[in-house]
Ligand binder design. Sequence first.
Ligand SMILES: Cc1cc2nc3c(=O)[nH]c(=O)nc-3n(C[C@H](O)[C@H](O)[C@H](O)COP(=O)(O)OP(=O)(O)OC[C@H]3O[C@@H](n4cnc5c(N)ncnc54)[C@H](O)[C@@H]3O)c2cc1C
Length: 466
Amino acid sequence: MPLDPQPLSVLSARLGAENIRTDDDARARASGSWSPLYTKAKLASTATTVDAVAVPGDPDEVAAVVQWAKEHQVSLTPVGGGSGITGKDDRDPARGLVAVDLSRLQTVRWDEESLLVHAGAGCVLGQLEEQLNAHDYTLGFMPQSLHLATVGGAAATNLVGLLSGRYGRLREIAAGLEVVLANGSLVRTQADPGAGAAFDLQDLLIGSEGTLGIITEVSLRMRPVPEVRAWAVFSFPTFSDASEALRLIYRSDARPAGVRLLDTEAAGQRLAAAGFYAPASLLLLAFEGDELVQTGPYQVAYAICQKIGGTPQASEIGENWFEEERSRTDWLAPNARAGGLADAFALSATWSTLKAVHDATQRAMAPLVTHLDAQITHAYPTGAALTIVFEAQAEPPTPEASVRLYERIVAAGLEAALESGGSIAHHYGVGRTRSGYFRRERGPAATAALQALKAALDPDGLLPPV
Ligand SMILES: Cc1cc2nc3c(=O)[nH]c(=O)nc-3n(C[C@H](O)[C@H](O)[C@H](O)COP(=O)(O)OP(=O)(O)OC[C@H]3O[C@@H](n4cnc5c(N)ncnc54)[C@H](O)[C@@H]3O)c2cc1C
């Protein structure tokens, strides 16, 4: 339902007319994402847009937008950098829809003594990282969308980066949040140092994808830039051998700062330019710290890889791969071509189910795609994130046929993952494309509990549904 201009003029009076946008460009920008379905809808000129964009300048103005939405029963959708790839399900056909663009929330405050930086939700992570680096600090976790994603979007999706082994994901990096809840109240959570004995909103809000509140500021734990990053690179005859080496490394205390295990297809596609041609799986391990700290773990991991039959390769392969991979965006480019499709499913599995999940998803997806590879992107003592990357070509090469093929690939891959004991949303959020499958993974009782929580925090259903 289109939004009445009259209530919008009330909001305009509160935020300033220049901060309420209704022009086509602003509405399209605020509605955009990197989801394949959105790219196809754009190609077919069927992409829907929000009715207006509100650009509040501080947390009180965010609260005012929420109060206004409550009074006029308008739906809201928070917008960060628009780099989400799973799409959003935020339109209630019975209501107007306004995007809350957080890009003016750019304040950055430091507490160097406590290694904390308090950053406005609209700060782009890459710009914040550059500011920190200039003072020899880092957030360290290095998501591939560093130059696209915002601090608020990172918290809303529990972002994870290439160096998650040392720095953790956003949940571990966040020391506190400032949030406007759906009832319009402004709350601040404080998790540092060590507050954790009580029931806290913070864990609930991180990863809630804008369904429970609008994040206005995140307090982040920063660290001094490490003196050294050293790479150990091994090739293995099979993906299973390399994954066994990784399991044993994570069983020991030799935790790398970052890991990437590329199967033969991924190594062939990504590493030819870095000088690696062998038909083998490749395990890249990054270690960070001062020289003394990184020597022990490095050697333990090295010895485990050799014991499992790994062959050492040049460490430059790891360095070059990291430099290229850390801000690669071209892997989603096929979506913009007629009939082209590309995406990645960020699955996860315990070590005892990983092989079954890997084999089942490969079997189910292979007949539908033109490229398929498997990578372990993050690892833990209990299991790992298995990212399945694919490309496909629809016939006829139209947006409609691409959407049909995409839905078949999603169904094949995610069904296979669930049936073989995997989890379907290690990162990238759940969004629209994964929500039905994630509800199944959670089960009806957990879904009902979360919906009850959502109803209590957002009784008017102003924010997107869970
Ligand atoms: C090329 C590429 C590489 C990527 N690499 C990674 C990666 O390495 N790791 C990873 O985890 N993800 C990755 N992503 C996915 C994406 O970058 C993350 O999900 C990111 O956290 C989204 O942040 P954003 O600011 O762009 O949020 P948006 O895309 O604008 O929004 C994402 C979701 O968060 C909600 N949201 C945004 N801001 C707020 C706020 N202030 N308060 C409440 N809700 C909010 C939105 O409503 C939406 O549901 C990648 C995406 C691309 C395109």
